[in-house]
Design a binder for this molecule. Structure first.
Ligand code: HEC
Ligand code: HEC
Ligand code: HEC
Ligand code: HEC
Length: 373
């Protein structure tokens, strides 16, 4: 008995000494993420962070576009990028060639005999160009409408594509990816009971708790962080006690639903069969598609600052937001309002403003993504 007590008293001290020794050797950094006194900190292994940072290759911005010739835009079939100068247009094409096709090759998306054409010389649809046009609209939507998530860092094609046609973390319908439908057409991740006494109020099944757990493990892995990056582990359901990152993450979920529902899933009829899943559905994205194992994609490099064609708003040059419309809620402020387990802030909704000029030309009908848990 005496021994156990002694051990209990001294072991934290021993741990503290061990931790101090580590800090002394400069191998671990400890960052406070929760409120004071809650002992919520993240530990980072400095060597690992440095190694992973070195793996991230961030392309240098292309030289700024030169003066454009006067007169109307010379294009024959431009439906999205018709609001930028000729110089900026060409510069964006060159950037896209290295970000997505990797090779710097225009032919990945173009019929070189006719750059305006959306079909191959044999008359078949040029799916890469059709997909790329929709990707332009999607990228503008993300940067223009989801500032609560992507902040002033934003995304370019490179954030997801990393210099190759197929991004990481593509998923299709299957029994193994059921939980990822939280990023498409399902909800119900909140499974924790709010009352102490047993009651029928919470009808969540054991299976649903497994889905929540799979979802959360995948979020942690996608960002390369632990659960405590977003939760206070004494009350996983509480928004009030959680670090602000959890609200950011929630906006990420809302953004992904829009990305998958409005852009990626409806591209199904455009893709060749080889790109589709076993059940015939289009490839979809998840957190890792942008984050690639880092808490901020590309460690927060503001690539899009240099590419106005991808802003989705005329007034943004990558500097922190000021005087934005109603969607510019400070995500941190939202943290202090909800009670334990209460609903987080509402989704940003005014899509219409973002894509005023961009029209939907890729087919958007076709797939039904229904289904409930
Ligand atoms: C990742 C796919 C992709 C790559 C690679 C690409 N383009 Fe494009 N290009 C597009 C899309 C999509 C459009 C239509 C944009 C729109 O509708 O707003 C387009 C349109 C154009 C047009 C306008 C033609 C017209 O009159 O309608 C020109 C010119 C052009 N691209 C040149 C190039 C050049 C030069 C390269 C290589 C340096 C290149 N593109 C590489 C996707 C691509
Ligand atoms: C949020 C992540 C994301 C962003 C940002 C993004 N893409 Fe994609 N892209 C995807 C996903 C997911 C696919 C589906 C991959 C596949 O084709 O199997 C895809 C597919 C494509 C394809 C078809 C590739 C193929 O061979 O099947 C092209 C072309 C493309 N994207 C171009 C672009 C361009 C151009 C941009 C920037 C304007 C861009 N993408 C931005 C996620 C993204
Ligand atoms: C990147 C941030 C993030 C990380 C990391 C994370 N979570 Fe979550 N968690 C969330 C968000 C956001 C929700 C709410 C999801 C929703 O309602 O759509 C949530 C919900 C939950 C819930 C349901 C709470 C309720 O109200 O019933 C549990 C349980 C949970 N997380 C556990 C975990 C565990 C265990 C881990 C580590 C394996 C983890 N989380 C990692 C952000 C995160
Ligand atoms: C379209 C690309 C994209 C997708 C998809 C995406 N994120 Fe992010 N996320 C970003 C960008 C860009 C930032 C950096 C914003 C900034 O500079 O604060 C970010 C930042 C975050 C942060 C804040 C990190 C910090 O320390 O401040 C969290 C947490 C996060 N994302 C969670 C998620 C989760 C969880 C998902 C999936 C549900 C997700 N993200 C999906 C692009 C994305």
């Amino acid at each position: 008995m005496m021994m156990t007590r002694w051990a209990l008293r001294t072991s934290p001290l021993a741990l503290l000494l061990a931790a101090n020794a580590c800090i002394g050797e400069n191998t671990t950094d400890s960052v406070q993420v929760g409120y004071r006194g809650t002992a919520m900190e993240q530990n980072y292994d400095r060597a690992k962070v440095t190694a992973s940072f070195k793996q991230v290759r961030i392309p240098d911005p292309l030289p700024p576009a030169g003066e454009s010739p006067p007169g109307p835009l010379p294009w024959k079939n431009v439906q999205v990028l018709n609001d930028i100068s000729v110089g900026e247009f060409n510069r964006t094409m060159v950037a896209m060639s290295t970000w997505v096709a990797g090779t710097g090759n225009c032919a990945y998306c173009h019929n070189l005999a006719n750059m305006a054409s959306d079909t191959l010389p044999n008359g078949k649809p040029l799916y890469t160009k059709l997909v790329a046009r929709r990707m332009l609209q999607m990228t503008r939507q993300i940067n223009g409408q989801y500032s609560q998530h992507v902040k002033n860092t934003g995304v370019t094609c490179y954030t997801c594509h990393l210099g190759k046609p197929l991004p990481n973390g593509l998923w299709f319908y299957s029994s193994q990816t059921d939980y990822l439908r939280h990023y498409l057409d399902r909800d119900g991740a909140r499974v924790i009971t709010q009352q102490v006494a047993p009651s029928n109020a919470n009808r969540s099944s054991v299976k649903q708790t497994e889905w929540t757990y799979s979802l959360m493990i995948s979020q942690s892995k996608s960002l390369g962080v632990n659960c405590t990056y977003c939760h206070n582990s004494r009350q996983f359901a509480s928004w009030k006690e959680a670090p602000p990152a959890r609200v950011t993450a929630y906006h990420g979920i809302l953004m992904l639903r829009d990305v998958n529902q409005s852009y990626l899933a409806p591209l199904q009829p455009v893709y060749p069969a080889v790109r589709l899943g076993q059940l015939g559905d289009a490839p979809k994205a998840q957190c890792v598609t942008c984050h690639n194992g880092n808490y901020k994609p590309l460690y927060g490099a503001q690539m899009v600052k240099h590419y106005p064609a991808l802003w989705g708003r005329p007034d943004w040059d990558g500097v922190p937001f000021k005087g934005l419309g109603p969607t510019a809620v400070d995500s941190n402020a939202a943290v202090s309002t909800p009670g334990a387990g209460a609903t987080p802030p509402a989704a940003p909704v005014n899509k219409a403003a973002a894509m005023s000029k961009a029209s939907t030309t890729a087919p958007v009908s076709g797939v039904s993504v229904g289904g409930t848990r």
